[in-house]
Design a protein around this ligand. Structure first.
Ligand code: ATP
Ligand code: MG
Length: 870
């Protein structure tokens, strides 16, 4: 059965059981500070289980993209070494939100596996929760046991402990026992030797878990006690790639048609064979897995970068490059070439891959190229470390420096050293790593108290689109302590006019005032799992009274101005650069706006001018805000509203329209474009391959910008003696300057020529070598000139020249190539050795090298020492 059919059979089956089939949510999370990536099918539905939002239907089924590379679920180091863990995988799931429970969940899982997919029930095992002796004192899940008994022999129902068979969302919230379904796909011979029962949950590659059915029946409270949930839920997760392995009768996920086309392509590109040698196989598995994770992330809008989720993605890609570099001998980018096969294979189920193929290829290629450069530089540095190493062990400190400063991977260092018969002080390296971890941990440590509930609130109402002021009550609050920000409080109101950070726009600021006239400032507003909280430095005195909550109108007005300008900019870019422009990121603050978009070349100054004019024309056109809420998603798209890849939308959406610009948007906007006053682009540049960034300002910031520029202009004019035509005066100055430069250059050349003549006479012969060490009154370029000029006339030269420029010392050494070859001399080694006299260092090639230093007084000593060297 092809993987596509396996997926659609799953959907058809649950559709037949009245489930609504929904597409995968984006994998990259933007609104959940506790999680970077979706790591299980449950994550996108968290709000429903917590009761912060209502699902569309109480039965849902889907295939969710999951990434397990950080935090609680991190399988990264397994990937490639085993055959059934991936970084990115699809989790098939069926969901009941307070609807059906264990009876149906078990019956349907069994029906699907044995009847629809036709899996032989003799290869299946199931587990149930055995109960716990700890504080929770839970009894065995006999309910599940009794249901399973109806379908499977009792000796195939195994009891599992809390670790494997009791699931919790987090420290608080829904939890409950679970039942896993395992398969044993070993050969009959092996089965006869070892009983399958003894291999369950023992990391055997052919006795693996395929499906986990979670029965949410308790709520874990802040004080750790459990209470029964009034509405019980079902959450199931089945590994799609593992299911394909079983149904396609193969022994590895990588032998299913999900992976084979990618693996064949790797074989073609690298000219290596899969299935013959262990380390090559591991490398091929790593690359075929990682290209999927990286491509899906980019399609979801998460580009590789230096921080947060972007850094995780960068590390995954670098791991793949490293395996290709080390085991497949690929020294140039090639992983990007796999995107084509991937998008052909997966593009139907995940159209975002197909739509953004070119962007994904470009980004991966650029990342590969830049990391390969790092690897090459690292190799040079490592060779130098090896040269300088006395004894047979390279210190952990040096290896750590290479790793930390240059991004050179430690396992590669170890490998190269072992090839050179050197040891790596791994213990020392680990200590350095730990030291660094401690440094960054203590910098980012935060502790969060439990919520103090003042009264139970329903789903909190946001009224900030219509008003900037309201009477509110505090429903709950908690204290958060961090090194960076000290003690802060998060307050949740029954309703709020404060806009929480989201959709690129930063959160509102403002204050709370009680009826005694006491004020507490709100420093920021954020959202977590649909709950809006307000950040304050202190707690109000009268927590149970009501407050007047007021949003800062200046903050709001300037943010709105930048947000509306962002929409107009987006429209302008598509109109002027083309329809290929996709929004890739946006930041809206009161001070400025930033917009990232896909486009493959620099935006020219003329285009930038055109874009500015386009936006300003719409500001002058005084276009009114046309806001519509609760528009059905399809209708909004039909009307031409732009939706973003990687963004999660509900069934009904809010549309924001100014003239012909229509966007799906939850942000705050001006009432009329004329409120923006003026739009000015302040910078344009690249952020990644194929992604450009524009920064711009509006409103008050433009006024400030113009008056500052004007002041600078007046000052400049003053410096030009208030010339009537300042530009002409400046051009004259530049012309004069260029002439003077030329004159100096030619004078220096003459001088060098004279010096050369003199120097020739000063050469002395030592052991058949023409030797000279001297301090010259030239700059580095002049010295190099002299060296090469003399070098062209002799084949046995050894020159060492020193000079003092701007208080700094330089030493240059030239050795004829013939001497380098015959006597094993090395100019690089000479300047490194003599560099210590001038308190500096440097390097270069064996025949010419230069060192710079802080101690010009040391030059003469260095020159003297050179004779000994020779
Ligand atoms: P395992 O013990 O095999 O790592 P798990 O207990 O971590 O599995 P769950 O968190 O229960 O798995 O996830 C549900 C299902 O998702 C599993 O039954 C399995 O089929 C699949 N799965 C989990 N992790 C991975 C992974 N890294 N790659 C592929 N499939 C996975
Ligand atoms: Mg796991």
């Amino acid at each position: 059965m092809k993987s596509q059919d396996i997926r659609s059979k799953f959907f058809n089956f649950f559709e037949g059981k009245q489930h609504l089939i929904v597409p995968s949510a984006p994998m990259v999370l933007k609104n959940d500070p506790t999680l970077m990536f979706v790591n299980s099918g449950m994550a996108p539905f968290k709000e429903y289980f917590l009761g912060n939002a209502e699902p569309k239907k109480n039965r849902i089924a889907d295939s969710q993209k999951c990434l397990r590379v950080s935090g609680k679920h991190n399988d990264l180091e397994e990937v490639g070494y085993d055959t059934y863990h991936h970084t990115l995988f699809e989790m098939l799931g069926n969901w009941s939100f307070g609807d059906y429970f264990k009876e149906e969940a078990i019956a349907w899982a069994w029906e699907l596996l044995t009847e629809v997919y036709g899996i032989d029930k003799d290869i299946l095992y199931v587990t149930i929760f055995e109960g716990s002796e700890d504080d929770d004192k839970l009894s065995m899940d006999t309910e599940a046991y009794d249901i399973w008994k109806k379908y499977i022999a009792e000796d195939r129902i195994l009891k599992g402990n809390k670790k494997d068979n009791f699931w919790e969302m987090g420290d608080q919230g829904p939890c409950g026992p679970c039942s896993e379904i395992h398969v044993d796909i070993r050969s009959a011979e092996e089965k006869a030797k070892v009983d399958g029962k003894t291999l369950i949950n023992r990391d055997h590659p052919h006795v693996v878990e395929v499906w986990n059915l979670v029965f949410m029946q308790y709520n874990r409270k802040a004080n750790r006690s459990l209470e029964p949930l009034p509405n019980k839920h079902i959450d199931t997760g089945m590994g799609f790639e593992r299911l394909c392995m079983v149904l396609q009768g193969v022994q590895s996920n990588y032998d299913t048609d999900v992976f084979t086309p990618i693996i064949r392509e790797i074989e073609t590109i690298t000219d290596k064979k899969y299935g013959e040698k262990d380390d090559i196989d591991i490398a091929i598995r790593v690359i075929s897995d990682h290209v999927r994770a990286v491509a899906f992330s980019i399609a979801d809008g998460q580009l590789p970068s230096n921080t947060g989720a972007g850094y995780v993605i960068r590390r995954i890609l670098r791991r793949a490059v490293r395996y290709g570099f080390t085991f497949l001998d690929k020294k140039e980018p090639f992983i990007y070439r796999l995107v084509d096969v991937l998008s052909k294979k997966m593009g139907e189920a995940f159209p975002e891959l197909r739509a953004q193929k070119v962007l994904i290829e470009n980004v991966i290629k650029e990342e590969e190229a830049s990391f390969l450069r790092t690897l090459e530089q690292g190799l040079v540095l490592l060779n130098r470390i090896v040269e300088d190493t006395k004894g047979d062990t390279v210190s952990g400190e040096k290896a750590f420096e290479l790793y930390d400063t240059y991004g050179f991977p430690i396992d590669l260092t170890a490998l190269i050293l072992s090839e050179k018969n050197l040891n790596l002080d791994e213990k020392g390296f680990k200590e350095e790593l730990q030291k660094q971890k401690n440094r960054s941990r203590s910098a980012s440590e935060t502790s969060t108290d439990d919520w103090t509930i003042l009264f139970e609130d329903d789903i909190q109402e946001f009224i900030g689109y219509d008003t900037q002021e309201a009477n509110v009550k505090i429903a709950r609050y908690r204290k958060v302590t961090s090194k960076k920000e000290g003690e802060m409080y998060q307050l949740v109101f029954n309703l709020t006019p404060f806009y929480p950070e989201g959709g690129g726009q930063i959160g509102d600021k403002g204050f709370l005032e009680d009826k005694h006239g006491d004020i507490v400032y709100i420093l920021d507003t954020k959202k977590e799992n649909n709950v809006v909280y307000h950040l304050t430095k202190e707690l109000p005195d009268h927590l149970n009274e009501s407050f007047r909550a007021v949003v800062s109108s200046e903050h709001r007005a300037l943010s709105s101005s930048n947000h509306t300008a962002t929409h107009l900019l987006h429209q302008a870019l598509r109109a002027i650069l083309g329809e290929h422009v996709e929004q890739k990121g946006s930041l809206v603050k009161p001070q400025s706006l930033r917009f990232d978009f896909s486009h493959f070349s620099k935006v020219t100054p003329e285009q930038l001018q055109e874009i500015e004019d386009f936006v300003n024309a719409r500001i002058e056109g005084q276009l009114p805000l046309e806001e519509r809420r609760n528009v059905p998603m399809e209708k909004a798209i039909e009307e031409g509203a732009m939706a973003l890849f990687g963004e999660k939308y509900g069934d009904t959406v809010r549309t924001i329209r100014f003239g012909k610009s229509i966007e799906l948007c939850g942000g705050i906007h001006v009432k009329n474009t004329s409120d923006i006053w003026h739009f000015k682009i302040v910078s344009e540049g690249a952020v990644a391959a194929g992604i450009r960034r524009i920064e711009a300002i509006t409103n008050k910031a433009v006024k400030d910008y113009f008056s500052e520029n004007n002041a600078a202009y007046l000052q400049m004019k003053g410096l030009l003696n208030n010339a009537m035509e300042p530009i002409k005066a400046l051009e004259n100055l530049q012309g004069e300057n260029a002439d003077l430069k030329k004159e100096i250059e030619s004078l220096l050349k003459d001088k060098a020529k004279n010096i050369k003549g003199e120097l020739k006479n000063e050469l002395t012969e030592i052991n058949g070598v023409q030797y000279l060490a001297k301090k010259l009154d030239l700059d580095a370029a002049g010295i190099k000139d002299v060296c090469f000029e003399l070098g062209s006339q002799y084949n046995n030269l050894f020159l060492l020249f020193g000079a003092e420029n701007d208080g700094k010392a330089i030493l240059s050494c030239y050795i004829s190539k013939e001497l380098v070859a015959s006597k094993g001399l090395n100019a690089g080694a000479v300047v490194r050795e003599l560099g210590k006299y001038i308190q500096g260092g440097g390097g270069g090639q064996p025949f010419f090298a230069t060192a710079g230093g802080r101690k010009p007084e040391g030059i003469s000593e260095a020159l003297k020492a050179s004779k000994d060297y020779l």
